[in-house]
Design a protein around this ligand. Sequence first.
Ligand SMILES: [Zn+2]
Length: 302
Amino acid sequence: MEKKLKFIDPHIHMTSRTTDDYQAMSEAGIVAIVEPAFWLGQPRTQVGSFQDYYSSLVGWETFRASQFGIKHYCTIGLNSKEANNEALAEQVVELLPLYLHKENVVGIGEIGYDDITEAEDKYFRMQLDLAKEMDMLVQVHTPHRDKKAGTIRSMEVCLEHGIEPSKVIIDHNNEETVKEVLDRGFWAAFTIYPKTKMGNERMAAVVEQYGSKNIIVNSSADWGVSDPLSVPKTASLMLKKGIAREDVVKTCYQNALDAFGQTGVMKESDWSNASGVDQRELFHDNSVLRGQQPKVDGDKIV
Ligand SMILES: [Zn+2]
């Protein structure tokens, strides 16, 4: 029998998800994830709310993932929607350098445009300068309205700020944007939503047409209707449709590792050499258990 496929979901907001999701993701073969900083639905009014959120992305959430055998990384940034609260945005941008060197931070994200306002443009550019200065990767959120123009503009602004296309992951692509993104040498990530927008049937068709080079599949699962198993489900559909296993591995695992691993923070040995789950562990006196028997992988070896 062929070896079971491993997956990386390089865009998922686990802060909004449950331990059942972690359990199901782990069982489906997801070994590593990237959680970009984003908005929470409820607009934040204080810089302290951002600070605690970023702290949780480099602390508690990383621990929580580890309790289910998943390696958690994140990108830190000021999202485009909240860039429009300029008084607050100013303070948030000052916080970023404090977090960008934390252990599991693989880049600046998700940043870019939402409504393409002046304030969004200002803070996008400011964070691109920071990425350039700190030699970091950039995870770009492209707008859902005016998708094609917004995507092209996002890439042009990255180039204007001297960022190499290979250091930029352009997210939320569709059939209209993919060619431009690939032609310019950027990474083209696709978010697979369960019922609307980009579905996994359409994703399989994109891979049939464009191949697997620089194409990355993610779920962007968050507090809205979304599916944390989008990556493994898309992989299984692609295999069923006769897409080569090699292309499935690239789009659902290897390309995410090649893209986000460029700075050396994310490496395959982080999960291939991991010692396994030990749910007896605590984070600031907290565990994920509520009286259950802790799962301890180490017991099998000792
Ligand atoms: Zn997102």
